[in-house]
Design a protein around this ligand. Structure first.
Ligand code: ZZB
Length: 260
């Protein structure tokens, strides 16, 4: 899987996370949350960024001035992909629990939300996939729409401010069947009531991927009116060129032989 790893720069730490990194990262260095995405063309619609509240993240040193917040597993993989200065080596300077990061304000490249977006909790983030950090695009990802809806509904329970989960969801891609807000459309159509409806969400994701990729047309950004298929590599290249992202490949999963 070839992901685009996106660099979301911290603008303001949540108090608990700030304590965890205090004295471990040089003054003035930039720290980035680094989600891995397969949908770079949807980055205009980022409204927040998810971490698993129970996942422990490492803060890894890329240079004196640059640090990444990702899982240990992702850092190890990245160390063989030219992300860190020495091949096969990644230097961890601190550890933070996902829940401690909640509320942190980050800058999301290309997002219409120029003041930044918040780090929010998502129970279904897998520690074994991507970087363990997931950027949220509720217009085009049914999982994300279900989660932000739930977060806003139960803000107090999640210990967040309601408005952090309620940033405007703007149309990014239009398709003939689902209109210009694919995820909200599918969540309603498949009667998905919460992020726990995993089976329907899986189906919604498949439908959203297919329709978005093959029938979608951009309705925002520099490649407005172009087909998603055409715009996707262009948006990706722009992010790479601007040093707002980098390529990240997930190693092949080991296949265990049935007869073994
Ligand atoms: C932004 C985005 C916008 C995504 C969209 C999807 C969609 P897949 O499809 O299952 O192979 N993701 C990445 N890492 C994790 C993780 N550790 N745990 C849970 N989810 C994760 O996975 C690729 C997508 O799953 C990624 O692309 C990311 O969300 C999420 F409009 O990034 B995506 C229809 C989907 N639309």
């Amino acid at each position: 899987q070839e992901y685009t790893a996106l660099k979301l720069k911290v603008k303001e730490w949540a108090r608990e996370a700030e304590k965890a990194i205090k004295g471990k990262v040089p003054e003035g260095a930039d720290i980035f949350f680094v989600p891995a995405t397969l949908r770079p063309e949807t980055m205009y619609g980022q409204t927040c960024c998810f971490v698993g509240p129970k996942i422990t993240y490492g803060v890894f040193k890329v240079s004196e001035k640059e640090f990444y917040v990702i899982t240990d597993r992702a850092a190890r993989n990245m160390s063989y992909q030219g992300v860190f200065p020495k091949n096969g080596v990644c230097e961890k300077v601190a550890e933070i629990l996902g829940s401690a990061c909640v509320g942190t304000l980050v800058n999301a490249p290309l997002s219409v939300h120029k003041d930044g977006v918040r780090i929010l909790p998502m129970e279904s983030v897998l520690p074994t996939k991507g970087t363990g950090v997931v950027t949220s695009v509720p217009s085009d990802s049914p999982d994300d729409f279900a989660t932000v809806t739930d977060l806003a509904k139960k803000a107090e329970y999640y210990g967040i401010r309601k408005e952090w989960a309620e940033l405007e969801i703007v149309p990014i891609i239009k398709t003939p069947t689902y209109g210009d807000l694919t995820a909200p459309f599918l969540v309603k159509k498949l009667k998905i009531a919460s992020p726990k409806d995993t089976k329907q969400l899986e189906e919604a994701k498949e439908l959203a991927y297919k329709e978005g990729f093959y029938q979608g047309v951009m309705v925002i950004g520099e490649f407005k009116c172009e087909k998603v298929e055409v715009a996707k590599p262009k948006v990706r290249q722009q992010l790479l060129d601007a040093n707002e992202g980098f390529a990240y490949a997930e190693p092949e999963k080991k296949v265990v032989s049935r007869s073994a």
